[in-house]
Design a protein. Structure first.
Length: 208
């Protein structure tokens, strides 16, 4: 993607000015950031935790933590990228507390690596958002996504439901691009297998 330039300089994202004002104590500027991103953060948290109440708490915790740590935001990434990383961490922590002793997040102890690869290993068949819109199939997909390990589910939600790029997903999760691609491929394969069984059962019943 080509860089948009204005008079020889890169175009500045509107969030940069809002973050700068918020760092100076402008609460209204931070409230505007909340209004811009609270729905997306809630949707991601709900997909990961599969619980509306947890997601609502996570949104509040994520924005509170972001406000408290605003001085640590250096502007090396988009504010939204930084915010989602906080929300994902809060979501995974909530899952670990809920299922202590039963599951360990595969996002732990992973070091970030630099590097790039071709964009996609495999394309997701039907658009996940379209599938979610079909009530019966949407239920199957939601249950299947819920059954994925948290690390796979998180990558799938960010890439295929929220339509973020592989590079953005890697940055948000503190993973390498190859690690994101590997988890995404495994998540897609598991989902396709489950959906394939669903269609076979449905077609089998229709023929009877």
């Amino acid at each position: 993607m080509s860089t948009i330039q204005s008079q020889g300089t890169e175009e500045i994202h509107p969030d940069v000015a809002l973050v700068a004002r918020a760092k100076e104590g402008d609460v209204a500027a931070f409230e505007q950031l909340i209004r811009q991103y609270d729905r997306q953060v809630f949707r991601i948290a709900q997909h990961i935790t599969q619980n509306r109440e947890d997601a609502e708490d996570i949104v509040q915790d994520a924005f509170l933590k972001a406000y408290e740590k605003l001085d640590q935001f250096q502007g090396n990434s988009k504010f939204y990228t930084w915010l989602v990383r906080i929300a994902v961490n809060e979501s995974l922590m909530r899952l670990r507390k809920r299922r202590t002793g039963k599951m360990v997040s595969i996002d732990e102890d992973v070091e970030t690596e630099e590097g790039s690869m071709p964009r996609d290993l495999a394309d997701w068949g039907p658009n996940p958002e379209q599938l979610y819109g079909q009530s019966e199939l949407g239920d199957i997909l939601r249950k299947t996504v819920q059954g994925l390990p948290p690390g796979f589910r998180t990558v799938f939600v960010l890439r295929d439901v929220e339509n973020l790029s592989t590079e953005e997903t890697a940055e948000m999760l503190g993973l390498s691009v190859p690690a994101v691609k590997s988890r995404l491929l495994r998540a897609r394969l598991q989902l396709r297998e489950r959906l394939s069984r669903y269609f076979k059962q449905k077609n089998g019943s229709a023929k009877k």
